[in-house]
Design a protein around this ligand. Structure first.
Ligand code: PAF
Length: 290
Protein backbone atom coordinates (compact mmCIF):
# COMPACT_ATOMS: atom_id res chain seq x y z
CA UNK A 1 0.00 0.00 0.00
CA UNK A 2 1.28 3.42 -0.96
CA UNK A 3 0.89 6.45 1.35
CA UNK A 4 0.65 9.90 -0.20
CA UNK A 5 0.54 13.23 1.55
CA UNK A 6 0.38 15.21 -1.67
CA UNK A 7 -2.88 16.21 -3.38
CA UNK A 8 -1.29 16.48 -6.85
CA UNK A 9 0.41 13.09 -6.57
CA UNK A 10 -2.79 11.42 -5.34
CA UNK A 11 -4.84 12.94 -8.18
CA UNK A 12 -2.25 11.75 -10.71
CA UNK A 13 -2.38 8.16 -9.42
CA UNK A 14 -6.18 8.11 -9.33
CA UNK A 15 -6.53 9.69 -12.79
CA UNK A 16 -4.48 6.85 -14.26
CA UNK A 17 -6.79 4.24 -12.71
CA UNK A 18 -9.92 6.19 -13.69
CA UNK A 19 -8.76 6.36 -17.33
CA UNK A 20 -8.47 2.57 -17.31
CA UNK A 21 -12.15 2.42 -16.26
CA UNK A 22 -11.41 1.35 -12.66
CA UNK A 23 -13.98 2.06 -9.94
CA UNK A 24 -12.60 3.86 -6.88
CA UNK A 25 -13.80 3.22 -3.34
CA UNK A 26 -13.04 5.78 -0.63
CA UNK A 27 -13.06 5.45 3.17
CA UNK A 28 -12.42 8.80 4.90
CA UNK A 29 -11.31 8.43 8.53
CA UNK A 30 -9.62 10.28 11.36
CA UNK A 31 -7.34 7.29 11.97
CA UNK A 32 -6.88 5.17 15.11
CA UNK A 33 -8.55 2.47 13.07
CA UNK A 34 -10.68 -0.27 14.63
CA UNK A 35 -12.72 -3.14 13.21
CA UNK A 36 -15.50 -0.73 12.19
CA UNK A 37 -13.17 1.17 9.85
CA UNK A 38 -11.60 -2.04 8.58
CA UNK A 39 -15.01 -3.50 7.70
CA UNK A 40 -15.59 -0.41 5.52
CA UNK A 41 -12.23 -0.97 3.81
CA UNK A 42 -13.17 -4.61 3.23
CA UNK A 43 -16.51 -3.57 1.71
CA UNK A 44 -14.70 -1.17 -0.59
CA UNK A 45 -12.15 -3.81 -1.61
CA UNK A 46 -15.03 -6.17 -2.46
CA UNK A 47 -17.07 -3.61 -4.39
CA UNK A 48 -14.42 -1.46 -6.10
CA UNK A 49 -11.29 -1.97 -8.21
CA UNK A 50 -9.15 0.44 -6.20
CA UNK A 51 -9.52 1.47 -2.53
CA UNK A 52 -8.36 4.76 -1.04
CA UNK A 53 -8.46 5.60 2.68
CA UNK A 54 -7.71 8.98 4.21
CA UNK A 55 -6.51 9.78 7.70
CA UNK A 56 -6.99 13.38 8.76
CA UNK A 57 -7.95 14.59 12.23
CA UNK A 58 -10.06 17.48 11.01
CA UNK A 59 -9.66 20.53 13.29
CA UNK A 60 -12.75 22.15 11.74
CA UNK A 61 -15.15 19.61 13.26
CA UNK A 62 -13.90 20.02 16.85
CA UNK A 63 -15.26 22.89 18.95
CA UNK A 64 -13.04 24.71 21.44
CA UNK A 65 -12.58 22.53 24.53
CA UNK A 66 -13.24 19.26 22.63
CA UNK A 67 -10.63 16.52 22.20
CA UNK A 68 -8.79 17.66 19.02
CA UNK A 69 -5.40 17.75 20.79
CA UNK A 70 -5.79 14.41 22.55
CA UNK A 71 -7.53 12.52 19.71
CA UNK A 72 -5.47 9.31 19.31
CA UNK A 73 -3.01 9.44 16.40
CA UNK A 74 -1.59 6.01 15.52
CA UNK A 75 -0.44 6.28 11.91
CA UNK A 76 2.10 3.39 11.89
CA UNK A 77 -0.46 0.89 13.29
CA UNK A 78 -3.15 2.22 10.97
CA UNK A 79 -0.92 1.72 7.91
CA UNK A 80 -0.38 -1.94 8.84
CA UNK A 81 -4.12 -2.54 9.36
CA UNK A 82 -5.03 -0.85 6.08
CA UNK A 83 -2.43 -2.79 4.10
CA UNK A 84 -3.63 -6.07 5.63
CA UNK A 85 -7.23 -5.25 4.70
CA UNK A 86 -6.26 -4.68 1.06
CA UNK A 87 -6.34 -0.88 0.92
CA UNK A 88 -4.41 0.34 -2.14
CA UNK A 89 -3.63 3.95 -1.26
CA UNK A 90 -3.61 5.99 1.95
CA UNK A 91 -3.95 9.78 1.81
CA UNK A 92 -2.68 11.68 4.87
CA UNK A 93 -3.03 15.39 4.14
CA UNK A 94 -2.07 18.18 6.55
CA UNK A 95 -4.37 20.98 7.71
CA UNK A 96 -2.20 23.42 5.69
CA UNK A 97 -2.95 21.46 2.51
CA UNK A 98 -6.71 21.25 3.05
CA UNK A 99 -7.17 24.72 4.57
CA UNK A 100 -4.30 26.76 3.06
CA UNK A 101 -5.69 30.12 4.18
CA UNK A 102 -6.58 28.87 7.67
CA UNK A 103 -9.84 27.56 9.17
CA UNK A 104 -11.57 30.93 9.54
CA UNK A 105 -10.93 32.03 5.97
CA UNK A 106 -11.91 28.73 4.38
CA UNK A 107 -15.22 28.30 2.52
CA UNK A 108 -17.67 26.23 4.61
CA UNK A 109 -20.29 23.76 3.45
CA UNK A 110 -23.40 23.99 5.63
CA UNK A 111 -26.11 21.33 5.42
CA UNK A 112 -29.41 22.58 6.86
CA UNK A 113 -32.32 20.70 8.51
CA UNK A 114 -30.81 17.29 9.17
CA UNK A 115 -28.13 18.95 11.33
CA UNK A 116 -30.63 20.80 13.53
CA UNK A 117 -31.10 18.24 16.29
CA UNK A 118 -29.19 15.52 18.13
CA UNK A 119 -25.39 15.95 17.82
CA UNK A 120 -25.95 19.08 15.71
CA UNK A 121 -27.67 20.78 18.65
CA UNK A 122 -24.95 19.76 21.12
CA UNK A 123 -21.73 20.24 19.13
CA UNK A 124 -21.63 23.77 17.71
CA UNK A 125 -20.24 23.81 14.16
CA UNK A 126 -19.43 20.09 14.19
CA UNK A 127 -21.38 19.13 11.09
CA UNK A 128 -20.22 22.24 9.18
CA UNK A 129 -16.69 20.96 9.78
CA UNK A 130 -17.61 17.42 8.70
CA UNK A 131 -19.49 18.60 5.57
CA UNK A 132 -16.65 20.91 4.58
CA UNK A 133 -13.85 18.35 4.94
CA UNK A 134 -15.90 15.57 3.31
CA UNK A 135 -16.64 17.89 0.34
CA UNK A 136 -12.93 18.69 -0.02
CA UNK A 137 -11.90 15.03 0.26
CA UNK A 138 -14.58 13.90 -2.22
CA UNK A 139 -13.37 16.55 -4.66
CA UNK A 140 -9.77 15.40 -4.32
CA UNK A 141 -10.42 11.65 -4.55
CA UNK A 142 -13.52 11.73 -6.81
CA UNK A 143 -14.48 8.21 -5.80
CA UNK A 144 -17.17 6.05 -7.38
CA UNK A 145 -18.35 4.98 -3.91
CA UNK A 146 -17.64 6.45 -0.45
CA UNK A 147 -18.15 4.43 2.73
CA UNK A 148 -19.22 5.70 6.18
CA UNK A 149 -20.01 3.90 9.45
CA UNK A 150 -23.57 3.80 10.79
CA UNK A 151 -22.48 4.43 14.38
CA UNK A 152 -22.46 8.08 13.31
CA UNK A 153 -26.02 7.76 12.01
CA UNK A 154 -26.64 11.51 11.80
CA UNK A 155 -23.31 12.03 10.01
CA UNK A 156 -24.36 9.54 7.31
CA UNK A 157 -27.68 11.41 6.90
CA UNK A 158 -25.82 14.74 6.62
CA UNK A 159 -23.44 13.34 3.99
CA UNK A 160 -26.28 11.78 1.99
CA UNK A 161 -28.05 15.16 1.92
CA UNK A 162 -24.82 16.99 1.03
CA UNK A 163 -24.20 14.64 -1.90
CA UNK A 164 -27.84 14.83 -3.08
CA UNK A 165 -28.11 18.64 -2.78
CA UNK A 166 -24.76 19.36 -4.47
CA UNK A 167 -25.34 16.66 -7.12
CA UNK A 168 -21.98 15.08 -6.34
CA UNK A 169 -21.37 12.06 -8.60
CA UNK A 170 -20.63 9.57 -5.82
CA UNK A 171 -22.60 6.71 -4.29
CA UNK A 172 -22.73 6.72 -0.46
CA UNK A 173 -22.70 3.32 1.24
CA UNK A 174 -23.06 2.91 5.00
CA UNK A 175 -21.58 0.03 7.00
CA UNK A 176 -23.07 -1.61 10.09
CA UNK A 177 -21.75 -0.59 13.52
CA UNK A 178 -19.15 -3.02 14.82
CA UNK A 179 -19.44 -3.87 18.52
CA UNK A 180 -17.22 -5.19 21.30
CA UNK A 181 -18.23 -8.54 22.86
CA UNK A 182 -20.37 -6.75 25.47
CA UNK A 183 -22.19 -4.67 22.84
CA UNK A 184 -20.32 -1.37 23.18
CA UNK A 185 -20.11 0.29 19.75
CA UNK A 186 -16.49 0.45 18.56
CA UNK A 187 -15.11 3.97 18.63
CA UNK A 188 -11.69 5.57 18.85
CA UNK A 189 -12.99 7.46 21.87
CA UNK A 190 -13.67 4.25 23.87
CA UNK A 191 -10.03 4.32 24.99
CA UNK A 192 -10.78 7.46 26.99
CA UNK A 193 -12.99 5.32 29.30
CA UNK A 194 -11.51 4.63 32.73
CA UNK A 195 -11.24 1.05 34.03
CA UNK A 196 -14.29 1.79 36.19
CA UNK A 197 -16.37 3.19 33.33
CA UNK A 198 -15.47 0.67 30.59
CA UNK A 199 -17.78 -2.14 31.84
CA UNK A 200 -20.52 0.40 32.58
CA UNK A 201 -20.36 1.67 28.98
CA UNK A 202 -22.06 -1.49 27.66
CA UNK A 203 -25.21 -0.31 29.43
CA UNK A 204 -25.80 2.27 26.69
CA UNK A 205 -26.53 -0.32 24.01
CA UNK A 206 -28.54 -2.43 26.47
CA UNK A 207 -30.87 0.52 27.05
CA UNK A 208 -31.20 1.01 23.27
CA UNK A 209 -32.02 -2.69 22.86
CA UNK A 210 -34.58 -2.41 25.63
CA UNK A 211 -36.30 0.54 23.93
CA UNK A 212 -36.16 -1.18 20.51
CA UNK A 213 -37.72 -4.30 22.00
CA UNK A 214 -40.60 -2.26 23.43
CA UNK A 215 -41.21 -0.49 20.09
CA UNK A 216 -41.12 -3.79 18.19
CA UNK A 217 -43.59 -5.24 20.70
CA UNK A 218 -46.04 -2.45 19.83
CA UNK A 219 -45.38 0.27 22.43
CA UNK A 220 -46.81 3.46 20.96
CA UNK A 221 -46.00 6.05 23.60
CA UNK A 222 -42.53 7.13 22.43
CA UNK A 223 -42.37 10.05 24.85
CA UNK A 224 -42.88 7.68 27.75
CA UNK A 225 -40.21 5.34 26.33
CA UNK A 226 -37.77 8.26 26.10
CA UNK A 227 -38.49 9.29 29.69
CA UNK A 228 -37.97 5.71 30.90
CA UNK A 229 -34.79 5.37 28.82
CA UNK A 230 -33.35 8.57 30.28
CA UNK A 231 -34.11 7.36 33.80
CA UNK A 232 -32.52 3.97 33.05
CA UNK A 233 -29.34 5.65 31.74
CA UNK A 234 -29.13 7.99 34.73
CA UNK A 235 -29.47 5.00 37.02
CA UNK A 236 -26.56 3.33 35.17
CA UNK A 237 -24.37 6.39 35.77
CA UNK A 238 -24.68 8.12 32.37
CA UNK A 239 -25.18 11.86 31.87
CA UNK A 240 -27.35 11.79 28.77
CA UNK A 241 -27.14 14.59 26.20
CA UNK A 242 -30.06 13.30 24.16
CA UNK A 243 -32.10 10.15 23.66
CA UNK A 244 -34.38 10.65 20.68
CA UNK A 245 -36.76 8.32 18.86
CA UNK A 246 -36.84 9.59 15.28
CA UNK A 247 -37.70 8.73 11.69
CA UNK A 248 -34.67 7.10 10.04
CA UNK A 249 -35.02 9.21 6.86
CA UNK A 250 -35.47 12.77 8.21
CA UNK A 251 -34.24 12.31 11.81
CA UNK A 252 -37.38 14.23 12.90
CA UNK A 253 -39.52 13.00 15.82
CA UNK A 254 -41.08 9.63 14.97
CA UNK A 255 -44.77 8.92 15.24
CA UNK A 256 -46.34 5.57 15.95
CA UNK A 257 -47.27 5.31 12.26
CA UNK A 258 -43.65 5.34 11.09
CA UNK A 259 -42.20 2.04 9.91
CA UNK A 260 -38.49 2.93 9.84
CA UNK A 261 -37.37 4.31 13.18
CA UNK A 262 -34.00 4.92 14.80
CA UNK A 263 -33.24 5.62 18.44
CA UNK A 264 -30.28 8.01 18.71
CA UNK A 265 -28.33 8.54 21.90
CA UNK A 266 -25.35 10.54 23.14
CA UNK A 267 -24.30 10.20 26.76
CA UNK A 268 -21.27 10.76 28.91
CA UNK A 269 -19.53 8.51 31.38
CA UNK A 270 -17.10 10.77 33.22
CA UNK A 271 -15.59 12.96 30.49
CA UNK A 272 -16.07 10.37 27.74
CA UNK A 273 -18.82 11.14 25.26
CA UNK A 274 -20.36 8.05 23.65
CA UNK A 275 -22.87 7.93 20.80
CA UNK A 276 -24.87 4.97 19.56
CA UNK A 277 -28.13 4.11 17.83
CA UNK A 278 -30.48 1.26 17.06
CA UNK A 279 -32.80 0.96 14.07
CA UNK A 280 -36.25 -0.60 14.13
CA UNK A 281 -38.15 -1.43 10.94
CA UNK A 282 -41.77 -2.37 11.38
CA UNK A 283 -44.31 -3.41 8.79
CA UNK A 284 -47.80 -2.34 9.73
CA UNK A 285 -49.70 -5.56 9.15
CA UNK A 286 -52.82 -4.14 10.73
CA UNK A 287 -54.22 -0.84 9.43
CA UNK A 288 -53.63 2.03 11.82
CA UNK A 289 -56.69 2.74 13.99
CA UNK A 290 -56.28 6.25 15.31
O1 PAF B 1 -16.33 9.90 10.93
C1 PAF B 1 -15.20 10.43 10.88
O2 PAF B 1 -14.19 9.82 11.18
C2 PAF B 1 -15.08 11.87 10.42
O3 PAF B 1 -16.16 12.63 10.85
C3 PAF B 1 -14.88 12.02 8.89
C4 PAF B 1 -16.08 11.52 8.11
C5 PAF B 1 -13.65 11.25 8.46
C6 PAF B 1 -14.67 13.49 8.54
O4 PAF B 1 -13.58 14.03 9.21
Amino acid sequence: MQTSTDIGELRGILDRFRRQGATIGFVPTMGNLHAGHISLIEQSVKQCDFTVASIFVNPLQFAAGEDFDTYPRTLADDQIKLAEAGCDLLFTPTAEQLYPRGLEAHTKVIVPEVTRHHCGAHRAGHFDGVSTVVSILLNIVQPTVAFFGEKDFQQVAVIRKLVADLLLPVKIVSGATMREADGLAMSSRNQYLSAEHRPMAAGLYQTLQHIAGRISAGEKNFLQLQTEGLAELAQKGFRTEYLNIVRADTLEVASERDGDIVVLVAARLGQTRLIDNIRITRSHDKPFQG
